[in-house]
Design a protein around this ligand. Structure first.
Ligand SMILES: Cc1cc2nc3c(=O)[nH]c(=O)nc-3n(C[C@H](O)[C@H](O)[C@H](O)COP(=O)(O)O)c2cc1C
Length: 282
């Protein structure tokens, strides 16, 4: 009997949705599950890492990240680096992406997990509407994740359940996650959130409109925003733009149209297919 752990970060809710489908499917198998959302509650994270360390059961981790600038979020990679060494531990990285490119996030997560001694037993990429495109009428990925995407995830989890019942479960070859060409991989290695910080527009707080209600701080998934007394951003802001999206007064302003064009251009350039995909050992 293995124990399941689900870790994820989800600024706009899609990765949480996938994590919930995983949780419900595992629940149908009466699996013991611990769920940990990363970003705000560092105490809970430390507790769950301790739980993994102290567990004498076989374990399987499901770790989910949105793709940001072709990579997994830095806090997801940090978590992987903190995972305790275990003798029998399996891992299932999963990403959600905004139809621009799923990048090299799964490959990097897979490699990092293996370096920590975790055996890869499945993986998934699930397409969504790009979380910077909420003002766009017909964005690529519209309507996703849909029922078919959810079914793919249920299928992934059921396959993993069956596989882990076997005395010698089949493993996912690491290279299957390196599905981008060498050229594209090299290009994506050059991209990161720090460069995106230069490209994405600055957010301006309109002090005539801001009534310091605090919705922006509540919606910040990584506790990077404080009211002093107007919104100010800490360096670890991940540029999800939730603060702007959810401000009830529209007091946080930025022109995202160049970013919209960039997402569309990348969608046309990379044309990844299929958009959502699960990876299982054969
Ligand atoms: C700063 C930033 C960078 C992003 N970079 C990419 C990217 O490189 N490729 C892509 O397809 N989507 C990208 N996205 C979109 C997200 O990966 C996608 O919307 C994801 O489903 C969001 O997950 P969440 O709803 O759990 O936050 C980016 C979003 C943001 C805010």
């Amino acid at each position: 009997m293995y124990k399941a752990f689900i870790f994820y970060c989800s600024p706009a809710g899609t990765t949480r949705h996938v994590a919930e489908v995983i949780e419900k499917t595992l629940d149908n198998f009466d699996r013991q599950i611990t769920v940990c959302e990363l970003g705000k509650n560092k105490g809970k994270l430390a507790e769950v890492i301790r739980e993994i360390k102290d567990s004498d059961q076989e374990i399987c981790l499901f770790i989910g990240s949105p793709v940001y600038s072709s990579h997994a979020l830095p806090l997801i990679m940090d978590l992987i680096g903190r995972l305790p060494a275990k003798s029998l531990a399996y891992a299932v990285p999963f990403v959600t992406w905004g139809a621009a490119t799923s990048g090299i996030a799964l490959a990097e997560m897979g490699t990092a997990l293996m370096q920590q001694g975790y055996k890869l037993i499945g993986a998934a990429r699930v397409v969504a509407v790009h979380s910077l495109m909420w003002e766009v009428e017909n964005p690529a990925g519209k309507g996703h994740p849909d029922y078919e995407d959810d079914d793919l995830i249920k299928n992934l989890v059921s396959n993993i359940e069956n596989n882990l019942q076997k005395p010698d479960p089949k493993l996912l070859p690491e290279q299957i996650l390196s599905y981008q060409s060498a050229t594209v991989t090299a290009e994506m290695k050059q991209q990161n959130l720090e460069l995106a910080r230069k490209f994405l527009p600055p957010r301006k707080v309109n002090r005539d409109l801001c009534n310091q209600c605090g919705v922006c701080a509540d919606k910040c998934p990584v506790a990077a925003l404080t009211l002093t007394p107007y919104p100010t951003y800490a360096e670890h802001c991940i540029l999800c733009f939730n603060c702007m999206r959810w401000c009830p007064e529209n007091a946080i302003e930025a022109d995202l149209s160049p970013a919209h064009d960039m997402v569309q251009l990348r969608y046309e350039k990379y044309k990844e297919s299929p958009l959502s995909k699960i990876f299982l050992p054969t």
